[in-house]
Design a protein around this ligand. Structure first.
Ligand code: CTP
Ligand code: MG
Length: 553
C-alpha cells in the first residue's frame, strides 16, 4: 500500500510502515531536511496508473461467496489486491499482478444477450458477475469499503470526543481524506476511460489531477482528468538528417479548436459507448474546455479536460506542500470543511470561493509565519535540478521534485494556533489593495479591481479567484472574524463547557445568520458580554437539531 497519496497521519502511518519508509519532517534543529526519503509525485502517479491498467471493476449480485468469486478469478492469474464497495449495488475492484490476466479474463467473458434492445459490443473492463441462482443465498457478505465522507453530524460527534483542538484537526483530516481504495478506484475509472479514448488515440493517457492526487482530496470530491496526448506529439517530432516521414493530419484553427473537437468526439463516445457513463455534458466553451459526466458504478462525478498540463503541475505543487509538514493538511482540511459548513464554498459553480483558492490561501498564510512553515514557489524553483525543468506554453513551471532537497525552518506553532491566526489573518487582510502570491510568499499590489486576487501559481497573469464577487468575499471575511473571535472564548476551548466544543463549535451555523455586512454592523452594537452569551446559548440550543438538518458537508 502506498502511504503517499493517503497523506500520512501518525495513526494511518503505523499500518504501512512495515513496507514503506516514512517521509519525516524534522524540527529539532534550526534548518533541517524536510524529507529524508521520498518518491517523486510522478513516480507515485505512474505506479498507480500501472496498477489500474491491471485492474477490473466487477458488479456483483446482492449475495455471493467471496472465496468462490476470488477462486474463479484466480484461474486467470494472481490477484494482487481486491476490495468491495457499495454504490448502486455491490462492486469489486480486482487488481491482478499481470496484464495478461486481463486479456485471459476478457477471453472468457461474454457480451450479454439483451432482450428487446441491442448491446454495443464494446469490451471494457467493467464486468458483471453472474451467479447461478441456486448458489446465491446464505453467503456472508464481504466487507464493504466506505466511499463517502462522514456527515457533519458524524464529524461533530467524532470531534467532540477528542481532547484538544490539535487532535480534532488531525482527526478531521483522517476522517475526510481519500482512502487508499478510493484513490485506486479513481485511477481505475481514468484507466477505463482511457480504453475508450484509446480507440482514436491508442497512445493517449488519461491522468487524474486536482484533489484526487494533490493530497487534499476529500471523499466524495470530483475526479478531474486530463486526456494527455503529449506522448503522441513527442514521438512524432523525431528528426533525422536523412529521409523521414510525417503523418498527414487534419488541421484546426487553433490549439483550442483542436482540443474542443477532440473532446467533443471523445465525449460522444463516452456517452454512446461508455458503460456506466451517464449525464454526459460537453462544456467546450469554458476557458478550459471539458466533458462532464457521472460514472455510475463508482459514483464519481468526472471532468475530462485535454491539453491542460499546467493544472497537472499545480496539482504536483500542492502535493508537495501537503507533504512537507502534517500541519498543512490539517489546516487545509479544516478550513475547507469550515467553509463548506458555512456555504462559503459550494458544489455549484458561481461567485463562491473554491477549494483550490482556499488551499492556496492556506499555503500563503503558512508562508507568512515567522519562521515560515512553507517555502515560496520561487524557492522550490531554485532547488530544482536539471531534470525538473518544465516550461508549458511559455510558463516556467519548474519546481523541485525531490522533497529531500527542501529544508524547513523550525516552527513549533500548534495547529490550533495556526487555525486561530488563519482566521485573524484573513479577517484583517487588505483584500481591497493586495493580492495573494505564493510565488513570492508576499502580498503584492492587486493588478486589477476584482474582489479577490490570488495569482495563479504558474500562469502568473491569471487570477485563480476571478469568479469571486464582493458579497462572497465579505461573507468569508465576516466568518473569519467570527471564528477568530469564537476561538478566543475560553468556553469554546473547554471540552466540558459547551457541546459541541472546539473546532466542532465553529461548524455550527453562524449566529449572525448569513454573517453579511449588516449582521456585522449589528454585532458591533451589542456589548461583548451579551454576544458571548448569545453565541454560547445558541451553540447549546442548536447543537442537536440544526446540525442534523445540514446533512453532509
Ligand atoms: N485549477 C486552476 N485554476 C482554477 C481552478 C482550478 O488551476 N481557477 C486547477 C487546479 O490544479 C485544481 C484543478 O484545476 O486543483 C481542479 O479544479 P477543482 O476541481 O475546482 O479543484 P480541486 O483542487 O480538485 O478541489 P475539489 O476537491 O473542490 O474538486
Ligand atoms: Mg476537483
Amino acid at each position: 500500500l502506498d502511504r503517499f497519496c493517503l497523506g500520512f497521519e501518525p495513526q494511518t502511518q503505523k499500518r504501512f510502515t512495515s513496507t514503506t519508509p516514512a517521509i519525516k519532517v524534522q524540527t529539532e534543529s534550526k534548518t533541517t531536511k524536510a524529507a529524508k526519503e521520498s518518491r517523486t509525485f510522478q513516480a507515485i502517479q505512474e505506479e498507480r496508473r500501472e496498477q489500474a491498467e491491471r485492474s477490473v471493476l466487477i458488479s456483483c449480485p446482492p449475495k455471493f461467496n467471496e472465496n468462490k468469486f476470488l477462486d474463479y478469478l484466480s484461474k486467470h492469474g494472481t490477484i494482487n489486491k481486491h476490495f468491495f464497495y457499495n454504490t448502486y449495488g455491490a462492486y469489486a475492484v480486482v487488481e491482478f499482478s499481470s496484464r495478461e490476466s486481463i486479456a485471459s479474463l476478457k477471453e472468457s467473458t461474454n457480451i450479454p444477450a439483451v432482450e428487446h434492445e441491442a448491446a454495443v459490443p464494446f469490451k471494457s473492463r467493467l464486468l458483471s458477475l453472474k451467479w447461478p441462482g441456486s448458489q446465491s443465498s446464505n453467503h456472508p457478505m464481504p466487507k464493504f469499503q466506505n466511499q463517502s465522507p462522514p456527515s457533519i453530524n458524524e464529524i461533530t460527534q467524532l470531534l467532540s470526543e477528542k481532547d484538544s483542538i490539535d487532535e480534532q484537526l488531525q482527526c478531521l483530516a483522517e476522517a475526510l481524506q481519500l482512502t487508499e481504495e478510493n484513490i485506486s478506484l479513481r485511477f481505475l475509472v481514468c484507466s477505463l476511460l482511457q480504453d475508450i479514448a484509446g480507440a482514436y488515440f491508442p497512445e493517449c493517457i488519461i491522468r487524474p489531477f486536482g484533489s484526487t492526487v494533490n493530497s487534499f482530496g476529500k471523499l466524495g470530491c470530483d475526479v478531474d482528468m486530463i486526456l494527455d496526448l503529449n506522448g503522441i506529439y513527442a514521438t512524432s517530432q523525431k528528426k533525422g538528417s536523412g529521409l523521414s516521414l510525417e503523418y498527414q493530419v487534419k488541421r484546426g484553427a487553433s490549439e483550442r479548436a483542436v482540443t474542443q473537437s477532440i473532446l467533443s468526439v471523445i465525449g460522444k463516445c463516452v456517452d454512446q459507448f461508455g458503460p456506466g457513463c451517464v449525464g454526459v455534458q460537453n462544456i467546450l466553451q469554458a476557458r478550459c474546455p471539458l466533458v462532464r459526466f457521472a460514472h455510475q458504478p463508482s459514483g464519481f462525478q468526472c471532468d475530462l479536460t485535454a491539453n491542460n498540463r499546467v493544472a497537472m503541475k499545480s496539482s504536483e505543487l500542492l502535493f508537495l506542500y501537503g507533504h512537507l509538514d502534517p500541519r498543512v493538511r490539517h489546516l487545509v482540511f479544516s478550513v475547507r470543511c469550515w467553509a463548506r459548513a458555512h456555504s462559503i464554498t459550494s458544489s455549484i459553480p458561481g461567485a463562491w470561493i473554491t477549494n483550490f483558492s482556499l488551499t492556496v490561501m492556506v499555503v500563503f498564510f503558512l508562508q507568512q509565519r515567522n519562521p515560515p512553515i512553507l517555502p515560496t514557489l520561487d524557492r522550490l524553483k531554485e532547488l530544482a535540478g536539471p531534470s525538473d525543468k518544465c516550461v508549458i506554453e511559455g510558463n516556467d513551471c519548474t519546481i523541485v521534485s525531490d522533497l529531500s532537497k527542501i529544508t524547513l525552518q523550525r516552527n513549533t506553532d500548534t495547529s490550533e494556533k495556526l487555525l486561530q491566526e488563519f482566521f485573524e489573518f484573513y479577517g484583517n487582510f487588505p483584500f481591497n489593495k493586495a493580492s495573494i502570491n505564493i510565488r513570492k510568499g508576499k502580498e503584492q499590489t492587486k493588478p486589477e479591481t476584482t474582489a479577490l486576487y490570488i495569482q495563479n501559481p504558474f500562469e502568473t497573469t491569471l487570477n485563480v479567484s476571478k469568479n469571486v464577487n464582493a458579497t462572497q468575499l465579505e461573507r468569508f471575511v465576516a466568518l473569519c472574524r467570527e471564528s477568530a473571535w469564537l476561538l478566543h472564548q475560553k468556553e469554546i476551548l473547554n471540552r466540558s463547557s459547551v457541546s459541541p466544543w472546539g473546532f466542532a463549535a465553529l461548524l455550527l451555523p453562524s449566529v449572525t445568520s448569513g454573517a453579511g455586512v449588516k449582521s456585522r454592523r449589528k454585532k458591533k452594537l451589542e456589548p461583548a458580554s451579551s454576544r458571548i452569551k448569545n453565541l454560547l446559548d445558541s451553540l447549546k440550543i442548536k447543537g442537536g437539531e440544526t446540525v442534523a438538518k445540514k446533512g453532509s458537508a
